[in-house]
Design a protein around this ligand. Structure first.
Ligand code: ZN
Length: 193
């Protein structure tokens, strides 16, 4: 806590607290059981209404006043004191909260990072890698046995494999398969009803 914080605490808390206590204490006027001289507390019961000066100390009663026989509280002073004490205690609470907020370690301020578990991979066909093994070579008899739907499927598979093929030997073989399948498709379409 720096010096400015101490001054702040002193001004806002200690001064009102002490002033409030002083006001509450001074609001109490202890009665002595008799009307007393405001200067020397001499019993003025016999003097009241007869003289304006204290027979004991000679003070002008109109100046020093008479202390009433019963204790009284000066309401305005009392409530001012109570208000000051409440204010001081409020400042204590607010100041404490402020200090707690300002001095809280950073580690407790930052929210805890909760590790997010990896999303489970949805089931499904694994993506075909580019270097997937090419489809097995086709023979003329196999192609001749194919229906149009099979030929179309084989054509798509072969053309895909040709795009991904790097080995020239495989590319040549796939090109031959593709030609065979294309001829079969032409034949099927020519003979179709
Ligand atoms: Zn007196």
């Amino acid at each position: 806590m720096g010096a400015s914080m101490l001054v702040f605490a002193f001004v806002l808390v200690i001064v009102p607290l002490l002033a409030g206590l002083a006001l509450i204490l001074s609001s109490r006027r202890g009665g002595l059981g008799f009307p007393a001289c405001g200067s020397c507390h001499y019993n003025l019961t016999a003097t009241a209404g007869r003289s304006t000066t204290c027979p004991e100390c000679g003070a002008d009663i109109l100046q020093v006043g008479i202390i009433p026989p019963r204790g009284q509280r000066n309401g305005r002073l009392l409530w001012s004191g109570v208000g000051l004490i409440v204010l001081a205690l409020t400042c204590v609470g607010g100041g404490t909260a402020m200090i707690l907020i300002n001095h809280r370690p950073v580690t407790t301020v930052s929210p805890r990072v909760i590790p997010v578990p990896p999303m489970p991979q949805p089931p499904g066909p694994a993506p075909q890698p580019a270097d997937a093994p090419p489809p097995p070579p086709l023979t003329q008899s196999q192609v001749d046995a194919m229906a149009q739907a099979d030929v179309l499927a084989a054509l798509e598979q072969t053309s895909k494999a040709r795009r991904g093929a790097i080995d020239p030997e495989v590319q040549e073989r796939l090109r031959n398969d593709f030609t065979m399948l294309l001829n079969r498709l032409r034949l099927l379409r020519a003979t179709a009803p």
